[in-house]
Design a protein around this ligand. Structure first.
Ligand SMILES: [Fe+2]
Length: 193
């Protein structure tokens, strides 16, 4: 059963809304691809996927940042875990971008484009306590999983089962990262910064 159009508003994000406006203002006939979706569905799903892609790049770089700058007695454990998680996050990028193209939309074009769409925040601090790194990455991954669920709901409204399937796999991976970060941070005190 189809839902009222107003229910879709909750699944739209600020970043996604920006890219929908961007696409509508600039038709790209040379980049059109075949799709079973309506033009509205294409706009909304491609925008949501592109916002997820921007968040994935932001989280990838933060995770690498912490991999490079972690310090202390658990250095080896955290250094290696952050690298594993960064590789997993990076591996989501190509399928997300190509899915946006497969549904008839366009996607990221530059680092500047990421900066305009990302919802997860950067951390440019000169020093971050290891416990704070774990806590921040755990919250970011939780947030990313929540954004993925919103996009999954949007795809469900348009019967885009392939994007839903892709996201289900990525949600599972993201929840695994949350689990590992949670277990690694048990009993640690964060600085509260
Ligand atoms: Fe490395």
């Amino acid at each position: 059963m189809s839902k009222a159009p107003s229910s879709r508003k909750s699944t739209r994000t600020k970043g996604a809304t920006n890219i929908v406006a961007e696409r509508k203002s600039r038709p790209l006939p040379r980049l059109e691809t075949p799709t079973f979706l309506s033009s509205q569905a294409t706009d909304e799903i491609a925008a949501a996927l592109t916002a997820l892609l921007a968040d994935s790049f932001a989280l990838y770089l933060k995770t690498k940042n912490f991999h490079w700058h972690v310090s202390g007695p658990h250095f080896r454990d955290y250094h290696l875990m952050f690298d594993e998680q960064a590789a997993e996050i990076f591996a989501m990028s190509d399928p997300l971008a190509e899915r946006a193209r497969k549904v008839g939309g366009t996607t990221l074009r530059s680092i500047g484009h990421i900066g305009r769409l990302q919802r997860l925040l950067d951390n440019d601090a000169g020093y971050v306590e290891p416990a704070d790194m774990l806590a921040e990455l755990m919250e970011d991954n939780k947030q990313l999983a929540a954004f993925m669920r919103q996009t999954h709901d949007l795809c469900d409204e348009y019967d885009d089962v392939a994007t839903e399937s892709l996201l289900e796999e990525f949600i599972d991976q993201t929840e695994k990262r949350v689990w590992f970060l949670f277990e690694a941070s048990r009993g640690m005190q964060t600085s509260g910064h």
